[in-house]
Design a protein around this ligand. Structure first.
Ligand SMILES: NC(=O)c1ccc[n+]([C@@H]2O[C@H](COP(=O)([O-])OP(=O)(O)OC[C@H]3O[C@@H](n4cnc5c(N)ncnc54)[C@H](O)[C@@H]3O)[C@@H](O)[C@H]2O)c1
Length: 267
């Protein structure tokens, strides 16, 4: 369907070496976009880009630590020079460090804030600078931030992580407001994924067992499925398709939203 077609669009996906980000990069490429993967995992990132390019799309890799302002500059420059434009940013890179409140470590909390919140804001900054009229790309565009169902519900042992994802949700709204009011032509939205058994999701299930909250990872997953009306875990493609939708013209009048993609878990 043409309104979901991303032919000619140029996308940068952070944290795209594996997991949800790799699935989002694949789905954007399948919808017709050229894609640059930015990640701290250089060899895996190159491997993932190479695999996706076999599908026929232009897919590249650029080293990017989202917490570093200077690296954002070079990632945007690489996207522009290798893909010939920049009109989609998926701020997907994120980390989760599980701890009960009584065990919270300041260094872990600061690291999550740095990657999840500072990284997302720096991405918005550089996307706006490039995409707004007169910028190095200058065509407007769409940004999708990856928050979490954890931004909307209370799940034990992830207080710090949940705080960062609630912050991503708020940052999304303010950025969408600024972009609209200042005429940047960039829509900004976020999604709230439910639990997906990527490296992060699988580790969370075992971490909550170690925290003494569930007798086994299977029991933890069972409790999450029990809380989910659609009665299953999320899949990578569930999140990837939602991102394609929000980047596409089908979402042309949608900005500043948080879209739950969680089987109803957070309702
Ligand atoms: N898996 C889930 O259940 C789930 C649920 C809700 C939200 N999310 C969010 O989705 C996003 C992707 O999660 P995932 O499950 O694929 O995790 P993952 O750990 O499998 O992959 C995360 C990717 O981000 C990269 N990354 C980490 N720090 C980075 C940095 N500083 N700069 C650049 N890249 C960095 C990693 O190298 C990795 O490739 C995260 O923002 C996460 O919080 C995941």
């Amino acid at each position: 369907m043409t309104q979901f077609d991303l032919s000619g669009r140029k996308a940068l996906v952070t944290g795209g070496a594996r997991g949800l980000g790799a699935g989002m990069a694949e789905a954007l490429a399948r919808a017709g976009a050229s894609v640059m993967i930015g990640d701290v995992l250089a060899s895996l990132g190159r491997e993932t880009a190479g695999k996706l390019a076999q599908g026929g799309a232009k897919v590249g890799f650029v080293p990017l630590d989202v917490t570093k302002d200077e690296e954002w500059k070079s990632a945007v420059a690489a996207t522009l020079s290798e893909l010939g434009g920049f009109d989609i940013l998926v701020n997907n890179a994120g980390i989760e460090i599980t701890a009960l409140v009584i065990d919270a470590e300041a260094a872990d909390l600061r690291r999550m804030l740095d990657v999840n919140v500072v990284g997302t804001l720096l991405g918005l900054k550089h996307a706006f600078r490039a995409m707004r009229p007169g910028g190095s790309a200058g065509q407007g565009g769409a940004v999708v931030n990856i928050a979490s169902v954890a931004a909307t519900i209370a799940f034990p042992a992830i207080a710090g992580y949940s705080a960062t994802k609630s912050a991503v949700d708020r940052v999304t709204r303010v950025a969408a407001m600024e972009s609209g009011k200042l005429g940047y032509g960039v829509r900004v939205n976020c999604i709230y994924p439910g639990l997906v058994p990527t490296e992060m999701g699988t580790k969370l299930a075992s971490d909550v067992v170690a925290a003494g909250l569930f007798p086994s990872a299977q029991a933890a997953v069972g409790a999450i499925i029990e809380q989910t009306p659609l009665a299953r875990l999320g899949e990578v493609r569930d999140m990837a398709d939602a991102v394609v939708f929000l980047c596409s013209d089908a979402a042309r009048f949608i900005t500043g939203i948080g879209l739950p993609v969680d089987g109803g878990m957070g309702m």
